[in-house]
Write a protein that binds this ligand. Sequence first.
Ligand code: PMP
Length: 442
Amino acid sequence: MNHEIQELMELDKKHFLHPTSPVQQQQQDGPGFIFTKGEGVFLEDIQGRRVIDGMSSLWNVNIGHGREEMGEVAKEQMSTLAFSSCFATYSNEPAIRLAAKLAEVAPGHLSATFFTSGGSESNDTAYKLARHYWILKGQPEKKKIVTRTKSYHGVAMGATSATGLKPFRDFTNSLAPDFHYVDHFSPDALREFIETEGADSIAAFVAEPVQGAGGVHIAPETYFKEVRAICDQYDILFITDEVITGFGRTGTYFGIEHYGVVPDMMCFAKGVTSGYAQLGGVMISDQVHQAFKDHSTGTLLHGYTYSGHATACRVALKNLEIIEREQLIDNAKEMGEELLAGFQKLQSKHNLIGEVRALGLMGAVEIVKDQQTNERFATPLAPLVVTEAAKRGLVLRSVVFDGQDTLVFAPPLTINKEEIEQMMTILSETFSAIVPSEKTNA
Ligand code: PMP
């Protein structure tokens, strides 16, 4: 390892507190990869190692890496007007055009957007706007936010409190009040909760169309129709968190389209810019917007400095243009089928593989000790698979919450058949190389 790399490793350990990271491992080993370059589905690190980005980095680089035209529009926008405030009644053209474009592509009557800088801010915004809506409607006691077990909504205080995955909440010892969790696949659990607590205390129900960080859990076909009907029956706002599932990831523009229902609010981030700039937002329905128009006599007292950031919005517009021009949503659907077929083939070859699933380019592989009984290893094997796959050129992620032992996948929407085959070859070699240890078997 040359001197420059060694220096970077030391500086990383000393000065860079990584997000969602094993601190002691970082201190011991330094950064696993120092990436320097990206091209399509590939990433390259400072040592010249080339790997497939099987996670689109953080489920977000939908159009793939290294797009020059993204850099060009960012440069053009930054050289003309990088940023100007959108507070009060100030505006800028990219923000206006993006809000209009989103209204065009979003399902149903979702027609107005509040911009943020990412998914966590979008979720906190949605909870506040939902509660504000009920204040405006003269029902300020409607404030509980109901979310689901296994959900992930981010790390801001509201988003952490809404997150069903307990380890994220246990990281801190004081959370925002009025968040509640119900079983992630059961409309009955939602109905029961509402009947016990009283609909007049509940502002909104929040769900990811496909649970991502919780392990790529795909809801039963009728789940969201029933949920929509329950929310209508009890006058509760239905909010979808499309931070991962938005912008083509599942083979439709937005994940909820698979279920044929329309939410009252929709959080988005990640794929709106494919990571080329930081941007998120919340779309609201005509009905919610109307309440704001009818009753807001004062100021909408919620706004981030970067709400409507001109450069980020311009980058998002170009990103959406690329997604449409290259028909990446159709590709995600088609390649999603290839991905699932690849998983199934692997499953027949490797007895460590249990259930496999995918919706578009969002997939998961369960690791089991016994394919027949679905018995799990005492110590999850998925983290070892991730380490071994990375050595062989494939970046993945493991999910081990709640007794899970799961590998999750979300490659760029640009991926082709050959690249999926390459992923499968690496996975197959990885599984062949892994021998569960005594400890894992205990
Ligand atoms: N919601 C969902 C469904 C997510 O997957 C994520 C991030 N993985 C977030 C919210 C939080 O987004 P961010 O990290 O941009 O704050």
